[in-house]
Design a protein around this ligand. Structure first.
Ligand code: 8YV
Length: 334
């Protein structure tokens, strides 16, 4: 028995359905899967195919029972999974770490440019019919340029490095990055950019240095207890007034109240967010939506057709491999 908490794109669904020996219990609604549905169907499952909204914790694993062998997550992030609980039970975990790199890196560039060039604010005026009344002025709707920028990455893994690859042709000047080992160079130079040395790419010694020296801050790190609210009032206080911040990782890395305050009091220039704390429960009266210099999109980082298809196929392949005791396409080392 496998429990699948989302709808799959056709090809992946066919790949799964071809396993006629499996009882497939699947969440069919367009809404995110209900916790109570998952708990009531998990009993007796040998495999689960889940996504970020599904918390994989002791309660769920106990409910499923000791026959549970493999979990495939439709994501690169695994902060929704209690890895220790899986390890204890010898349950394998598959994920999709490479499938969405390009899609998310593309979105990162989009959000940087939208934040710098005030795209949300500009469109808002046009949509409200305010264009005819906009006063003409040489500085009207201007923002900082990307050429010459120092870009600071919080987290410098595959997605951050792919974002950097896309930013180089824009003429950025320098990169600094902060990982869990401040001041230490990253081990993986995924696209050979550090080796190429086209521009300086250096580890920051502290978050203070990163905040203080960056014109663009990109959040590309995992959510852990040490990155939760890493970007807070103190961080914004150190940022440059003309800097923008972009979050394509996990909402809780930014303290939202601190961000609202920073935007409102012009401590920073703007923000581009694909993720935010408490998503998807963001109502129209949320204070962040009152900030014209903030562009917020609903966690669409991986949302291009090809990427979602590849993630779905890879997730099904991971699940099937896990059930058969074979090598997964990508498996998390627990
Ligand atoms: C999800 C993500 O893939 O992979 C991740 O960790 O954050 C997302 O882009 C997406 O939400 C799956 O539907």
């Amino acid at each position: 028995k496998v429990v699948v908490t989302r709808q799959l794109i056709d090809e992946a669904q066919r790949l799964l359905d071809a396993n006629t020996d499996l009882e497939i219990v699947q969440w069919k609604s367009e809404k995110p899967c209900d916790r109570s549905w998952l708990l009531s169907n998990a009993k007796g499952a040998t495999g689960l195919l889940v996504m970020l909204n599904d918390k994989i914790d002791e309660e769920l694993l106990d409910t499923a029972g000791p026959q549970l062998k493999a979990i495939a997550s439709f994501s690169v992030g695994t902060d929704h999974v209690d890895r220790d609980a899986l390890k204890k039970r010898n349950i394998r975990l598959g994920y999709t770490p490479t499938a969405l790199t390009d899609a998310v890196a593309d979105l990162t560039v989009m959000l940087i440019l939208m934040a710098q060039r005030r795209a949300g604010e500009s469109m808002g005026k046009v949509i409200k019919g305010e264009w005819p009344q906009m006063p003409w002025h040489p500085l009207l709707m201007t923002g900082p340029q990307i050429r010459g920028a120092t870009v600071g990455f919080l987290g410098f893994g595959r997605i951050s490095q792919a974002s950097l690859q896309r930013l180089l042709p824009f003429g950025i000047k320098r990169v600094i990055y902060l990982t869990s080992q401040p001041g230490q160079p990253v081990k993986e130079d995924h696209f050979g950019l550090i080796k190429d040395g086209a521009i300086p790419i250096e580890p920051a010694k502290s978050w203070e240095q990163l905040a203080g020296e960056s014109d663009v801050v990109v959040i590309g790190c995992s959510l852990t207890p040490s990155t939760k609210h890493l970007v807070n009032t103190d961080f914004f206080a150190k940022m440059k007034k003309l800097a923008v911040i972009v979050n394509i990782a996990r909402g809780p890395v930014i303290d939202t109240n601190a961000l609202v305050d920073a935007l409102q009091n012009e401590k920073i220039f703007g923000a581009g967010l694909d993720v935010i704390e408490n998503e998807p429960n963001i109502q129209a009266d949320h204070p962040i939506l009152k900030q014209p210099r903030c562009v917020l999109v609903p966690h669409i980082g991986s949302a291009n057709i090809e990427t979602r298809a590849q993630m779905a196929e890879e997730s099904v392949e991971n699940l099937l491999a896990g059930l058969k005791g074979e090598a997964m396409v990508n498996e998390v080392e627990l």
